[in-house]
Design a protein. Structure first.
Length: 202
């Protein structure tokens, strides 16, 4: 296998960066970047810690984060499986990367920065949803923000309903669990999961 080992080798293959690829990067939210982020209901949150990397899907009713100002975002940490992989990483290494997706748009927005995990009561209360509050809020300080070239989403034809996969053709969560733990009761898990999820969204 012919493996690239240096930055110089990569540059020889890929050449110069286009002007637009450099110009799109800003250190603060422009009005246009803010508009994109405020309409996005989904983001992938990447973190790093002593055990390695983690990438967690985050979604919400409406905007997945709240824009506090031109350099600050807040993201409520809603109910999950209590592994808290992302939060554990953040409290030990503040570096984060986020990729926002907007259903129907081929433009993804990327943010790199640093984060803290806050349990400030007033901040938690400000995210009330169905009379419930997050147990913590991830507060992100933006280092840079830019949009991603649309080709990946276009190649994937991501928003085309005609190419959606029938979930019935895929392994269920119970199947995945039983593959990892042979004696796992997949039937009970799959039967009870939809109602449990519906009651524990927030």
């Amino acid at each position: 296998m012919n493996v690239i080992r240096t930055a110089e080798q990569l540059k020889q293959i890929y050449g110069d960066v286009s002007e637009a690829s450099v110009a799109k990067v800003t250190r603060v939210l422009t009005a246009q970047y803010r508009q994109m982020i405020e309409i996005s209901p989904f983001v992938a949150l990447a973190t790093v810690g002593p055990e390695g990397l983690d990438c967690s899907p985050r979604g919400d009713r409406g905007a997945v984060v709240r824009v506090e100002d031109e350099t600050t975002l807040s993201m409520p940490d809603w109910r999950g499986n209590n592994r808290v992989d992302s939060l554990l990483n953040i409290v030990r290494d503040p570096r984060v990367a986020l990729m926002f997706l907007i259903p129907g748009s081929n433009t993804a927005i990327r943010v790199n920065g640093k984060a803290v995990v806050s349990v400030e009561p007033a901040l938690l209360a400000s995210f009330e949803m169905d009379l419930k509050h997050p147990r913590s809020v991830i507060v992100i300080s933006i280092d840079e923000v830019y949009f991603q070239c649309a080709r990946a989403i276009m190649r994937a034809d991501l928003w085309n309903p005609d190419v959606r996969v029938d979930p019935g053709q895929l392994p269920t969560p119970g199947d995945l669990l039983k593959a990892a733990k042979a004696d796992f009761d997949k039937e009970t898990y799959d039967r009870e999961w939809p109602a449990r999820a519906a009651k524990t969204m927030w």
